[in-house]
Design a protein around this ligand. Structure first.
Ligand code: PMP
Length: 456
């Protein structure tokens, strides 16, 4: 294999010459290159230079059960031997896809009984748009086309998903779809001003009501949101936010899409984020941890309310992907659900590990450069500031958080930076000793940051 035969320096050179990386400055990468990750075990990744790095991000929020789930690996290998591929077009199906669809419907509330499979979260959200539009077309309400999303949301990277998302840097490079509107996000630390978190949560929820009224309920098809914005910086909303949003949705005829790509499958302490916040989605987007990140898989779960209309009218749904319901991906999904449902991992991670982790991070609030710590279950952010009172940032363009992240990685801790926040979503199989190690590596990175920016 390439890994076995090519020296690291040569691999790096070829990577710089031929490989365009996602969300990367191409010119910078071609000049400076990156890290070749060669193997992973438990919660550690190993690079070709021999570094061992503790992964506090579960890969890209997906390897929630760590890297050593042999049952998932074996299920994929066995499936490849039995039926490596067949499509689900033209009245065909396969056993793993059928079983996973059934299993996901059993795991979700009773009103969810249908699944459409994709390869990714982005494609799943594209699919949701088509479902929502077809639903109202079939109901004879074609004017209901607008979809409301939130600033600083992340819903994926295809043109439709990037339009749904509220990332300004992505909008600058992608001409957004004209039927998507964005409202303010529930980011109290950044936007709350003099309001208490609870007051601000109500204010942010009311932005949805205001937007629906402004656009006209007859023109609005759906609201899409992550229970907790992940890539936007782990924005844990104030407690008042979701109940107020749900009330607004209850009073209006629009569909609610809960994007569970990060929050799904245990991340916030329950199987799904909408259960943590007690909301009632009509459509659920999933991906990532559904296969523990080992195989590409995403999808849309459709409630009876929507499915009854979609199935009730007949006519082909003109949408599908070659790999929709790929047997090996679905086999990975089934084996992942076996671990989540048939072992105590979810219970122990939410009852023991999550409180330990949040307490460990809370101890950082007195650190000179830490402005706020926020977490829910096993997803967290540590927001950095120069001045706690004024919330002034360490440096323009989040350079302070970039500095901290780089020091953390040097210390052997893989964390991510979004804006001025250090964000984390550790694997559920992390031990308390490993949380201690995470804290000490992160603290050392924060100490170096405080020294570098001369904050006392
Ligand atoms: N929705 C959310 C909430 C996400 O976090 C992501 C990915 N980070 C996506 C959608 C897109 O998923 P994918 O990268 O698999 O297309």
């Amino acid at each position: 294999t390439v890994n076995a035969t090519l020296e690291t320096t040569q691999l790096r050179q070829l990577d710089q010459q031929h490989h365009l990386h996602p969300f990367t400055d191409f010119r910078d990468y071609a000049a400076n290159g990156g890290r070749i990750v060669s193997r992973a075990e438990h919660i550690y990744i190993y690079d070709s230079d021999g570094n061992k790095i503790q992964d506090a991000m579960s890969g890209l929020w997906c390897c929630s059960l760590g890297y050593s789930q042999d049952g998932i690996k074996k299920a994929v290998a066995d499936q490849l031997m039995e039926l490596p591929f067949y499509n689900n077009f033209f009245k065909c199906s396969n056993q793993p896809a059928v079983e996973l669809a059934t299993r996901l419907c059993e795991m979700t509330p009773a009103n969810f009984n249908k699944v459409f499979f994709t390869n990714s979260g982005s494609e799943a959200n594209d699919t949701q748009i088509k479902f929502v539009h077809r639903y109202y077309e079939l109901l004879g309400k074609p004017s209901k086309r607008l979809i409301i999303s939130r600033k600083n949301a992340y819903h994926g990277s295809t043109i439709a998903a990037a339009s749904l998302g509220g990332m300004s840097a992505m909008h600058e490079q992608t001409q957004g779809l004209d039927y998507i509107r964005h409202i303010e996000q529930p980011y109290w630390y950044e936007l709350g001003g003099d309001m208490s978190p609870d007051e601000f949560g109500l204010w942010a929820a009311n932005e949805l009501a205001k937007k629906i009224d402004e656009l006209g309920e007859d023109n609005v098809a759906a609201f899409i949101a992550e229970p907790i914005q992940g890539a936007g910086g782990v924005i844990v909303p104030p407690d008042t936010y979701w109940p107020a949003v749900q009330k607004i949705l209850d009073e209006r005829d629009i569909l609610f899409i809960s994007d569970e790509v990060i929050c799904g499958f245990g991340r916030t302490g329950n199987l799904f984020g909408f259960q943590t916040y007690d909301t009632k989605p009509d459509l659920i987007t999933f991906a990532k941890a559904v296969t523990n990140g080992y195989m590409p898989l995403g999808g849309s779960l459709v409630s009876d309310k929507v499915a009854d209309v979609l199935l009730g009218h007949g006519g082909e749904f003109a949408h599908g992907l070659t790999y929709s319901g790929h047997p090996a991906s679905c086999a990975a999904g089934l084996a992942t659900m076996d671990v989540l449902e048939n072992t105590p991992i979810l219970e122990s991670s939410s009852n023991e590990l999550a409180p330990y982790f949040s307490q460990a991070l809370e101890s950082l609030v007195d650190h000179p450069v830490v402005g706020q710590v926020r977490s829910k279950g096993l997803v967290a952010a540590v927001e950095l500031v120069k001045d706690k009172g004024s919330r002034e940032r360490l440096a323009p363009e989040s350079a302070g958080a970039v500095y901290t992240r780089d020091r953390a990685i040097e210390n052997g801790l893989m964390v991510r930076q979004t804006g001025d926040a250090m964000i984390m979503s550790p694997p559920f199989v992390t031990s308390t000793e490993e949380v201690d190690a995470l804290l000490s590596k992160l603290t050392s990175a924060l100490d170096k940051t405080a020294a570098f920016y001369n904050v006392k």
